[in-house]
Design a protein around this ligand. Structure first.
Ligand SMILES: [Zn+2]
Length: 165
């Protein structure tokens, strides 16, 4: 009988460790995407464009911008259901797009974006190629038919903790 191999047996991951990370979806460079919003409200973050990717500003708790001139960019994130594929993602929009869509406006959307349908695209290159976010005038999806509301802050923590977005 051969001697047993000295295998280094390991544990198995707990359920939350294998949960896939949500994809961050900015306005596509061509075409458009349609989304059903799962978040009730927008989450805003100051970010920097560093090493070829978006990273959150962590000032005054140790950030590359402390003591240096590095520009900050605001980004807004919403949990959303990508149509028609049905993937749950984090839609990423700019300050101008969020402002134009009046996402914080009480008169149109009283702090509750959940169930609304939106379209995300870019302006034509001639006018700068910026992000466009439009709430579509369609019936709101009933809450009970939608997946749960993602914890956008917790999801961003996971993404930026692991690879910097
Ligand atoms: Zn910073």
């Amino acid at each position: 009988m051969p001697k047993p191999l000295p295998i280094a047996w390991a544990g198995i991951p707990a359920a939350d460790e294998v949960k896939p990370m949500l994809l961050i979806v900015p306005a596509p460079s061509e075409g458009q995407v349609e989304l059903v919003l799962l978040s009730r409200e927008l989450v805003g973050v100051w970010t920097h464009w560093l090493h070829g990717r978006t990273q959150p500003c962590t000032a005054p708790h140790g950030c590359a911008c402390e003591g240096f001139e590095i520009s900050r960019r605001w980004k807004g994130y919403l949990g959303a259901y990508l149509l028609p594929a049905g993937q749950i993602v984090l839609a990423e929009i700019t300050w101008i797009a969020a402002n134009k869509a009046r996402l914080g406006s009480i008169e149109r959307h009283p702090g509750d974006l959940r169930g609304l349908t939106a379209r995300m695209r870019r302006h034509r290159r001639a006018s700068g190629g910026g992000c466009v976010f439009e709430i579509l005038d369609r019936d709101r999806y009933p809450d009970a038919r939608l997946p749960g509301e993602p914890d956008v802050r917790a999801e961003l923590q996971r993404i930026w903790n692991s690879k910097g977005g």
